[in-house]
Every structure is written in C-alpha cells, then in structure tokens.
Design a protein around this ligand. Structure first.
Ligand code: GLC
Length: 465
C-alpha cells in the first residue's frame, strides 16, 4: 500500500470505530479487534478519545468532539459509587458505552468501579479540560463553551482538583494506575504524566473561564494563577535532571533539617541508577518520573516529557535538553516504533516487587518499556513546534507501513519495539488516530501552534519566596 492508501484505510477504520448515541456521533471505541474478548475495549475511553479528537480537530471535523464533550459533562454529574462509597462530582469516567434497556438507549459509565484493579482515572477530567480548550481553539465555537453546563463542569472539576490537602506542595497526590499506565507500576505519588496534564488542564480552564468574566469565575482564575505559578516552579526545579543537577546530587548534603536545606527531599546519591549519567550525558535533560521523600523515580515517562515541551511547561533550555535526550537515546526511547511509554523497563526482583509480578507488564512489554504508537501524535506535535526532525518523511512512511501491515496494534514489545505486543489488541483506535494526527501535523506543521500554550505563565513561574 502506498501512503495515500494507508491514510485512507486509517480514516475508514476511524469512522468504523465511531459510536453513535441517539443518532449522533459521540466518540470512538478503544479497539475493533474481532479476536479476544472485548473486556472494556468496546467502550469509549476518555483518554483514548483525546487522540481521536486530535485527528478529527486537525481535519476540521468538530461535531463528534462537541458531542463527546457534552455527553461526558452529563456523565460527570451523575452519582458514582463503589461498595456504597460515593466519589466527588468532578470525576470524569475512564470509559463509557451505550446500552439498550427497555427499548431505550442510555450511556453506562465506568469511573473505576468496573475496571480491572478498580483503578480510578485521575487523568480523565484533565484530558476533558484540555480537549475543551482545543475544541474552542480549532472551531471557534464560543456558543458551546459558554453555555451554562460547561463552566459548571469546569468548576466541578476544579473543586475536586484544587481542594486543600495534607501536603505543602502544588502537585497532585495520586494512587497507582490513575492514568494511561492503569496497572500497578510504582507510579503512586506524584507521577509526571499527571502533573504535566494538571498544569495544562489548569491553563485550559483559565482560558475557558475568562470567556465569561464574573466575580465567581475571577475567584477560580485567581486560584488557578496561584497554583500554576507554584506548579511550574516546582516541576521545573525538583523533577529536572541534567548534568548539573546530577553533579549536585552526587555531592548532596543529607539529613538536613530546616528551611535552608539544599536537598529538600533527602535523596541519597547511592539511589541514582547506574544508567543515568550516561543517559543524561553533557547536553541532555528530562523530567524524572516521580519525586517524593527520599525517592526520585528516574524512569523516563514519555507522555509527560513530550507534553511538557508541547505546552511550554518546560522552559526553553529544558525543552532543548529533552529533545537532545530523545535524539541521543533514540534507540532506547523509540527504537523501531516510537515511543516507549516508560523506560527503562523494570526487571528481575524490581519487576516482581513493584508490579506485583504482573505478567502483562513483563520487562519491555506493555506499560513496562512497551512501545505505544499513539504517542506519534505528540512526537509530531513537538517536532512541528521545534527545529527537530525525529520523524523524517522516510522514517514516518516506514512506521506507517509497519502499523498498517501489523493491523494497527495497541503496542509493541522488545527493547527495540519491533515485535507486536504479546497481548496487544489489533485495530486499536488511538494507534490509528495517532497516526492520522501525526500525518496531518507533518503535512501542516503550523497547526501545532494551536496545541501549544505561550510560555508566559500567568501568575509567574517563580517561587514567591
Ligand atoms: C489499556 C491502557 C489504557 C487505555 C485502555 C484502552 O487499559 O493501559 O491506557 O486507555 O487500554 O485503550
């Protein structure tokens, strides 16, 4: 198949994956694989649909995105509970589907009460906010975003995410399995992917609430400005790893008490994995996967790092260093199928303890070092925003051919990402949509500007001390 045919085939599959409710398109199922039991892959996942939505918006198809935003806003308002315990209003479903009951069609949502491992999606509401802003920037449909239910939904989410907590830091404390990596993988705490998404969602909410100024909205905007400033400072300062930071960490003071401590998290240099110095080299850098008391998770989380570049959470120097790292460590972070969702993989005893001996997450598979082609769209967006060429036309064409030939798998396995994932679904929708979005961005790099935020952070990115 040539490129034109592959693109046409991808569009055809995306149309087939589209779900209708009361005659209107409202989303896309996670996968159309006719083989194994569907589990919940026949549902519309909020995070997966973000990628479909990107493909639609970049190609001026607005209707389905608008309907999705509207039905999920309604789903958010319903009572959700497990074992009689109710969750907060601002929570959005991980996934939902249409069901027929008494000859009537209705939507059935899963907020984690059905999911394997009962994982709650901390990311869904954040993807929703970001998508709302994208829908508005692409379509200009002010009427939709200012109708009563939309600001109401935004504020319900903010009430949940900006609530006072036990911590003195601006990041969100989240359990394992709360986002794209929705199984036990040692992500509990303050995982980068969620924190960057939180930042982007706050900025998106600010823009949306500013469309309808008023006393109440102003209160939320002030709160957002305050939080975003701290969040940016916190992530840029504490999650960052480059040569200079590493040198400092090697000679860290420890056991410091008081506000003057230089090693605030009391990190021990012996905890730095052997691979880190060579990985960082002289000119590379990245945001660590997680940080907490006595703990820095050095794993590279691709989604968080790419999103940090795309949304300008990373400052200019950090952006360049992250891109350097992707370039210099291409064989590890991308290999034959961009990109690994998290690397390096946990192996041996570490895998046993941290994943709970999860065979699906065996080393270099699935979330544990597996390669997820949906990330191509973020890579293409970052490439379009900057001066890099990771996906030259030739490389991208080869990837497209492989995806089409292998039937659009959910993920790939192996250190080099060359093997179709051992339990990967075929005809996985975000693989297909990710390819379409990447293709569109490569043809029209200017469109990437609509996905980005300017680097001026309202509220300032400085520690107010
Ligand atoms: C798997 C992935 C999750 C995705 C879902 C549907 O559970 O881990 O990130 O949203 O499949 O594709």
């Amino acid at each position: 198949m040539n490129n034109k045919d592959i693109l046409a085939a991808a569009w055809q599959q995306l149309e087939k994956a589209t779900v209708h409710h009361k005659g209107r398109p409202i989303g896309t199922v996670a996968a159309l694989d006719p083989g194994p039991t569907a589990l919940n892959y026949d549902q519309i996942f909020t995070r997966d649909f973000f990628v479909s939505a990107l493909a639609f918006l970049l190609n001026d198809k607005f209707e389905i995105v608008k309907n999705f935003l509207s039905v999920t806003a309604d789903l958010q308002a319903i009572d959700k509970s497990m074992d009689c315990f109710k969750a907060g209003r601002g929570l959005m479903p991980a996934s939902f589907k249409t069901i027929r009951e008494n000859d009537k069609e209705r939507l059935l949502a899963d907020f984690g009460e059905h999911a394997i491992g009962r994982v709650t999606p901390v990311d869904s509401s954040l993807w929703w906010l970001l998508l709302l802003r994208l829908y508005f920037t692409f379509s200009g449909d002010r009427e939709f975003v200012v109708q009563e239910k939309i600001p109401k939904t935004i504020k319900a989410i903010l009430d949940l995410y900006l609530v006072d907590r036990f911590e003195l830091i601006p990041t969100l404390l989240v359990p394992d399995g709360a986002f794209m990596i929705d199984r036990r993988m040692g992500m509990y705490g303050h995982p980068l992917d969620i924190e960057v998404l939180f930042y982007a969602a706050l900025r998106a909410s600010r823009e949306m609430l500013a469309l309808t100024p008023g006393k109440e909205n102003k209160k939320y905007i002030n709160e957002i400005d305050h939080r975003v400033g701290h969040l940016v400072y916190h992530i840029r300062t504490y999650y960052w790893i480059d040569k200079a930071r590493l040198d400092k960490m090697l000679t860290n003071e420890t056991e410091e008490f008081g506000t003057d401590a230089t090693n605030k998290y009391n990190l021990y240099s012996a905890s730095i994995p052997d691979w880190v110095p060579a990985w960082v080299g002289e000119n590379n850098g990245y945001f660590a996967g997680n940080i907490g008391p006595g703990r820095m998770d050095f794993r590279f989380l691709t989604l968080g790092n790419l999103l940090a570049v795309m949304t300008s959470l990373a400052d200019d120097d950090q952006q360049q260093k992250i891109l350097n790292l992707i370039e210099h460590q291409w064989e590890v972070v991308a290999g034959e199928m961009p990109m690994k969702v998290c690397c390096p993989a946990l192996e041996g005893r570490e895998w046993h303890i941290i994943t709970g001996a999860d065979p699906k997450n065996s080393p270099w598979s699935y979330h544990n070092g597996g390669s997820w082609p949906f990330l191509l769209c973020l890579l293409a967006a970052v490439e379009a925003k900057t001066d890099r060429t990771f996906l030259t036309k030739g490389a991208f064409n080869a990837i497209a051919k492989k995806l089409q030939r292998d039937d659009w798998p959910e993920y790939f396995d192996g250190r080099d990402g060359s093997l179709v994932g051992k339990e990967a679904r075929k005809l996985q929708t975000w693989t297909i949509a990710g390819y379409i979005a990447a293709h569109t961005l490569m043809e029209n790099p200017k469109k990437a500007a609509l996905l980005s935020f300017n680097s001026e952070v309202s509220g300032g990115a400085a520690c107010p001390l």
